[in-house]
Ligand binder design. Structure first.
Ligand SMILES: Cc1cc2nc3c(=O)[nH]c(=O)nc-3n(C[C@H](O)[C@H](O)[C@H](O)COP(=O)(O)OP(=O)(O)OC[C@H]3O[C@@H](n4cnc5c(N)ncnc54)[C@H](O)[C@@H]3O)c2cc1C
Length: 303
């Protein structure tokens, strides 16, 4: 297992933002992973860093990155995937054996761990639809436990993993047989839709900035509140979809947070709706960032 000290995290994040992390572990097997989790007291687990805003001030703690744990197994209509398996890869692999249910993962640049954490979803599908059970590490007892879908507290962009007690080791899914043609058509439709409205990763971003409020769309509200014109020397709101912020180059975590607050205020003033971020802030904050996070997240940041 690779262990790096004073590691520059920026290149690993889809935002291309983030400072130096004191120590980063890259376990390659679930055994190595649980061993590290048992040894460490304080740590954050991350996958592909595609749903996070990593602090430009870095992180003075331990980070465990799961992306070297890439094993998965397909048995009939069941799929078991380790937490570090990439979303688009598993989507393709199950499609190759005519299994339907994970087509939406084709366009998500994350891992199974991050997808279960967020109950990731798109195009009418989400993780909770096909997940049967999870193999988890319990941070309190330091034991490995199993939980069924009904115990995972899934709702929109939420799972039991948000309580911070459990780390996903692997997940089991039950999929349905379907024709390869239908599966491929759905995947192609998903990708085409993304290409027309979402920025590619060549324009660094971390997907939707805010969660949809109940019965509405954050993108619609942001658009109507006029945020598409918001731009600074380092960041801009994406002109084809108002719920994306692009790092134009050289942006810091503070630049992104400032833009998020401007967008949040615009919707609040126009609609009296307070949007909540989907993007998770990770790392050590400056005093200014603490203030900006207090507006956006209240108690929801992670460190
Ligand atoms: C261009 C783009 C488009 C996107 N489109 C969508 C979309 O349509 N729908 C959607 O839902 N998301 C979307 N996302 C967001 C993101 O890609 C997904 O949510 C993805 O599944 C997150 O996985 P990750 O490995 O990058 O998680 P990370 O960003 O690394 O982590 C996210 C959270 O999950 C936690 N976590 C990660 N692994 C584990 C684990 N093993 N155990 C416990 N907690 C863990 C982390 O601590 C963190 O809190 C998009 C992102 C981008 C950049």
């Amino acid at each position: 297992m690779q262990v790096k000290e004073n590691f520059e995290i920026k290149p690993l994040t889809t935002y291309k933002i983030g400072g130096v992390v004191k120590k980063v572990y890259f376990p390659e097997t679930l055994e190595e992973f649980t061993e590290v989790l048992r040894e460490l007291d304080n740590y954050i687990v991350l996958g592909s860093c595609s749903d996070v805003l990593f602090s430009s001030n870095g992180y003075s703690g331990n980070l465990v990155v799961t992306t070297e744990m890439k094993n998965f197994e397909i048995r009939g209509t069941k799929v078991i995937a380790e937490c570090g398996v990439k979303d688009p890869l598993i989507s393709q692999k199950v499609a190759e054996v005519s299994l339907s249910g994970l087509e939406f993962l084709i366009g998500l640049p994350g891992t199974i761990g991050g997808a279960v954490y967020m109950n990731a979803g798109a195009h009418g599908q989400c993780i909770a639809d096909t997940l049967v059970s999870c193999c988890l590490f319990d941070r309190e007892t330091k034991e490995v436990v199993y939980m069924q879908n009904s115990e995972m507290d899934f709702s929109y962009r939420h799972s039991l993993l948000h309580n911070g007690r459990y780390i996903l080791l692997s997940a089991e899914f039950e999929l349905k047989k379907a024709s390869q043609e239908d599966i491929k058509e759905l995947m192609d439709r998903n990708l085409t839709f993304r290409k027309t409205i979402q920025p590619s990763l060549a324009k660094p971003n971390a997907g939707s900035v805010f969660k949809n409020p109940e019965n509405d769309s954050a993108g619609r509200l942001l658009d109507k509140a006029g945020v598409k014109s918001f731009e600074t020397p380092t960041v801009k709101v994406w002109d084809k979809h108002a719920n994306f912020i692009i790092n134009k180059g050289g942006a810091t975590s503070e630049d992104i947070l400032e833009m998020m607050v401007k967008m949040y205020e615009a919707v609040k003033q126009t609609y009296t709706i307070e949007l909540r971020p989907e993007i998770i802030f990770i790392g050590d904050k400056t005093k200014k960032e603490e203030e900006l996070c207090n507006i956006l997240y209240r108690t929801k940041t992670q460190k």
